[in-house]
Structure formats: C-alpha cells, structure tokens
Design a protein. Structure first.
Length: 277
C-alpha cells in the first residue's frame, strides 16, 4: 500500500514507547497513516510483578507490518524504558535511519495493581522513571535540530484522581501517573523556548491487554466488592470502555500543527469519567 502524497505529519518522525500492542500500536499506526515515519520500542519481555502477559517480539513484528501497510517506514527495537542506555540505543537506531526526530509519545506502562512492594518499585520504574528516560533521550536531538517538536506523555484518569486500592502496586500506579503530570508541566516550561510542546493524556479504561485480562478484571471486581462505598468506575458518556484508536486520535491531534500553541495541558480522554469525581 502506498502512502498518500501528503498528510498532516508528512516528513516527521515519531518515537513511540510501548509500541508492540495496545495504545502504543494504535499511536504508531495512526501517526504513520498521517504521514510520519516511526521509531517503535517495546520491552517484549516479562516483569515479575506484572501478573498478566506483556507484549512479545511477535506483537512488535505485527506493529511493524501494520505501520508498513500504511506506506510509512518503521524502525523497531526491543528496549527497556527503565534502562536509559537501552532506550537511547533504540532511539539512535531510528535516528541513524531517518536522520531526525519530531514527535515523542512516552506510552510504555504497566499495571501491577494487585502486587505488593515489588509492584510499587516496578510501576514507578516503568511508568514514571521510564517516561523521564524517554524525554531525556529525545531532548538533545529535538533541541539541536532547532525545528521544535511535540511530546505527549501517557498518564491516566488515575493521574488526576485518587483512584485505586490499598495494594502497593495500585498506589504506585496512581502515584506514577500523578508524577507524569509533574514531568509534563516542568518539561513544558523547560522546552518552550525551543518551541517544543509537552502535554499529557489521561484515558479512562481502554480496551487493551493491560486492562482486558483476567487479573485486572478480578482486581476491579474486588475493588468494588471490598468497599463500603464502592467507587463509581463508569464513564459519564454511555460507553463502557474506550478503544486504543480513541486515544490515538487525541494524540494525533496534539502532535499536529492544529495544536501548535497547546502545551502544558493535562488532557482527559475519558468519556466524562473525571468530570463525575
């Protein structure tokens, strides 16, 4: 399939973490369809505290095929956002191929909600430190190019509200996602002089393997059953769960020139979930 002659992101390159499946894959495919080439990174391995299966090398290969089907080019590497050197190596492979960078989507994340202290450590390392490492890896290239850029950090509705259980992994998830807002706001100020925009997105439940698995479903059921005042986990709009493409649509807009003066914004994409809190 050939790429259209022109798209809103033609000539740009996007660096996306957690790209093997779920929201990351949706971002890669949507930005590619809009004209961007893609540098895709995913761990494609296990983390002991995470009870559900994580993405595999086959998942990342499937993302590669879907991106190439749009007519875009893609460089995909296995890399660990917890390891700054690993992440920088993956980014460098893409830069060697494409020669530039314009868009960063720091999307990699885990949800070890029912885990104990090890879940706290891992979720902070991936969902907060991993986002920090992603932005830091990209900054030198974005600044030296002198052409501006757009960075989107994936947070959660749990990054703007105190949602969760007493489990250490769940508390860590909310803490990490709140921390992403702090990173976004600081980086938005630090990078504004270079015309680099930084925003965060905050989905409610999205139909991805991170949420749609027996372990997370069981945790949600227990969260409701064990509370004297069960939390209202439903959206305001009459939709039970969002699709990865719903989130990708918002990201595609944020990184486009249509949002060229939008920076420092925590954008809920949540069907009204947070408005009820």
């Amino acid at each position: 399939m050939g790429r259209p002659a022109e798209g809103p992101l033609s000539g740009r390159v996007a660096f996306i973490t957690g790209a093997a499946r779920g929201q990351g894959r949706a971002h890669a495919v949507r930005l590619a369809a809009d004209g961007a080439d893609v540098i895709a990174v995913d761990l494609c391995g296990r983390i002991a505290s995470v009870p559900y299966p994580l993405a595999t090398a086959d998942d990342l290969a499937a993302t590669v095929k879907l991106v190439e089907d749009t007519g875009a080019r893609i460089v995909a590497r296995q890399g660990d956002v917890r390891d700054a050197a690993s992440l920088s190596s993956a980014l460098r492979a893409g830069l060697n191929e494409f020669g530039r960078l314009d868009i960063v989507v720091a999307n990699a994340g885990i949800a070890p909600m029912q885990s104990g202290p090890e879940g706290w450590r891992d979720v902070i390392d991936v969902n907060l430190s991993g986002v920090h490492h992603t932005v830091e890896a990209a900054i030198p290239t974005l600044v030296s190019q002198g052409a501006g850029g757009s960075i989107v950090l994936t947070s959660s509705a749990a990054g703007l509200a105190g949602i969760g259980s007493a489990d250490a992994g769940s508390i860590g998830y909310a803490a990490a996602k709140h921390g992403v807002v702090g990173l976004m706001r600081v980086y938005a100020n630090l990078l504004a002089q270079h015309n680099i925009r930084v925003n965060s997105i905050h989905p409610s439940g999205v139909d991805t393997p991170m949420i749609n698995n027996e372990f997370t479903r069981q945790w949600l059921a227990q969260l409701v059953a064990q509370s004297d005042s069960p939390p209202d986990m439903g959206n305001a709009l009459p939709v039970q769960v969002l699709t990865p493409e719903d989130i990708a649509n918002a990201v595609a807009w944020l990184v486009s020139d249509q949002a060229r003066y939008i920076t420092g914004v925590a954008l809920p994409v949540d069907a009204g979930f947070l408005n009820k809190k």
